[in-house]
Design a protein around this ligand. Structure first.
Ligand SMILES: Nc1nc2c(ncn2[C@@H]2O[C@H](COP(=O)(O)OP(=O)(O)OP(=O)(O)O)[C@@H](O)[C@H]2O)c(=O)[nH]1
Ligand SMILES: Nc1ncnc2c1ncn2[C@H]1C[C@H](O)[C@@H](COP(=O)(O)OP(=O)(O)O)O1
Length: 228
């Protein structure tokens, strides 16, 4: 919801200044988090949130919440997601925007996980919301992603964590999402995150300069630890 403020000098000013919801997020710090299915986007986002207090918004989680609500829109989405396909751009973008607005007053910045899935999604996001300052690209081998998702599928209850749909999601990732990385690389804002085996505690594999100083504090190092 927007709020409006009237000009105090009504004699000289009859104009109303309207602060819309869009204004609330227009200067928000935005970090896209991109990677294949099961690459560990959600896992790494949790670590960044724990350390830096950013707001984590996963497009997949937002869509699954809509499905769980039982709404008509959720039913349509479920059918698409079960097949491992992308839902319509406007739907996912509206959901992300609403979620950002809802958190705008308390957020230090947003980790947008699972978006953009294709270059067009990035372009539309920038038109409707704003530009990202960084894109974290979580890199993982195809066979690693498949292995993890098959394992996750044993307990996740996710209709798309099965062999056939995982393969389709992976194919779509290579076809549609990898070009996103090339698109933002040309702007110099992509940071490729290679997960290294976690032995004990955190692995400091990126430094503040490498992430442009945007994600972290003065002495901090970005925490990105994982394992095959
Ligand atoms: N062995 C291992 N497993 C991991 C690592 N990171 C994540 N996982 C597991 O791999 C699975 C996928 O991780 P997620 O963080 O959900 O990956 P995601 O990219 O968000 O996946 P989607 O939700 O499908 O987009 C989960 O079961 C994680 O527990 C890692 O570094 N090593
Ligand atoms: N930005 C986006 N655009 C369109 N569809 C999306 C989307 N983010 C998620 N979805 C849909 C299609 C995906 O197959 C499904 C699950 O997404 P996800 O939770 O990010 O998992 P994954 O990355 O493993 O595919 O939700």
């Amino acid at each position: 919801m927007g709020c409006s403020v009237s000009c105090s000098n009504s004699a000289s000013c009859s104009r109303q200044i309207v602060h819309s919801d869009d204004d609330k997020i227009k200067d928000a710090k935005i970090i896209f988090v991109v990677g294949g299915p099961g690459s560990g986007k959600g896992t790494q986002c949790e670590k960044v949130v724990a350390k830096y207090g950013y707001t984590h918004l996963s497009s997949g989680d937002l869509l699954r919440a809509e499905v769980a609500s039982g709404s008509e829109r959720g039913k349509t989405l479920q059918a698409i997601m079960q097949k491992g396909e992308l839902v319509p751009l406007d739907t996912v973008l509206d959901m992300i925007k609403d979620a950002m607005i809802a958190k705008a007053d308390v957020s230090k910045g947003f980790l947008i996980d699972g978006y953009p899935r294709e270059v067009k999604q990035g372009e539309e996001f920038e038109k409707k919301i704003g530009a990202p300052c960084l894109l974290l690209y979580i890199d993982a081998k195809g066979e690693t992603m498949v292995k993890r998702l098959m394992k996750r599928g044993e307990t996740s209850g996710r209709a798309d964590d099965n062999e056939e749909t995982i393969k389709k999601r992976l194919d779509l990732y290579y076809k549609a999402t990898e070009p996103v990385i090339a698109f933002y690389s040309s702007r110099g804002i992509v940071r490729k995150v290679r997960l290294v085996p976690l032995v004990i505690g955190y692995c400091h594999c990126l430094n503040p300069q490498e992430v442009g100083g945007t994600l972290i504090g003065e002495n901090g190092l970005v925490v990105m630890a994982g394992a095959e």
